[in-house]
Write a protein that binds this ligand. Structure first.
Ligand code: SF4
Ligand code: SF4
Length: 205
């Protein structure tokens, strides 16, 4: 089983590598994104195949062994399945993730801060944080996601969201911005502020 685990870890590393590749620099950004996305999809398919096959082999061998020996009790099997499931969930694995939120246009969750008076200090660092989009964002097709890490917000090479205007730090898709951009409250986020009220930013900004 250790060989299978090391095989899986290699595949995880391949996904990470595929996600970080810049692709052919002479190609258009769309072509590069598609290339990265296809690589991600193919590596994920191959991981799923590998894991599925190994799981089937293991389950069949175990069942045949236990049936052959007359040793299998349903209760013991359930307990063991639960323990194995917990161990497997703790293993690192590349995931396709979507955030689950209420309707982003609902309004109740929207946090209103006077960003304009602070943005020269915080440099809109909130727009360099990582988060996943929702079904609603994907359906709208306006906010862009990272093809190499579906469905993470797409970032530029400087680590900022691609929708953040680098001259003004304003959001270029403000009306369509994701749920988390509406609900995020930086006041107690130590990654941004040492002291929000006194406008003292984290020196690592
Ligand atoms: S870090 Fe806070 S104050 Fe600065 S732009 Fe983001 S939400 Fe506004
Ligand atoms: S969508 Fe807009 S508000 Fe949200 S991270 Fe990007 S630039 Fe910032």
């Amino acid at each position: 089983m250790s060989t299978d685990r090391s095989g899986l870890m290699m595949r995880v590393a391949e996904v990470e590598q595929a996600a970080s590749l810049k692709g052919d620099v002479s190609a258009s950004p769309l072509q590069r994104d598609l290339e990265r996305g296809l690589r991600f999809a193919h590596v994920m398919m191959s991981i799923n195949q590998l894991e599925g096959r190994e799981g089937a082999i293991f389950a069949r061998a175990l069942a045949e062994l236990l049936v052959g020996k007359g040793m299998l009790a349903q209760e013991e099997l359930q307990t063991m399945m639960s323990q194995v499931r917990q161990r497997m969930e703790a293993q690192p694995a590349p995931k396709v993730m979507l955030a689950r939120t209420e309707d982003k246009y609902g309004g109740e969750h929207t946090v209103l801060l006077d960003c304009a008076s602070r943005i020269h200090i915080c440099k809109a660092k909130c727009c360099a944080l990582n988060f996943y989009l929702t079904d609603q964002d994907l359906d709208e097709g306006i906010v862009r996601w990272d093809y190499g890490r579906p469905y993470w917000i797409q970032k530029g090479e400087d680590g900022y969201c691609v929708h953040c205007d680098r001259g003004t730090w304003r959001c270029r898709v403000h009306s369509y911005r994701p749920y988390v951009c509406r609900a995020y409250d930086c006041r107690n986020d130590e990654r941004i502020w040492l002291d929000f009220e006194r406008m003292i930013p984290n020196p690592e900004l």
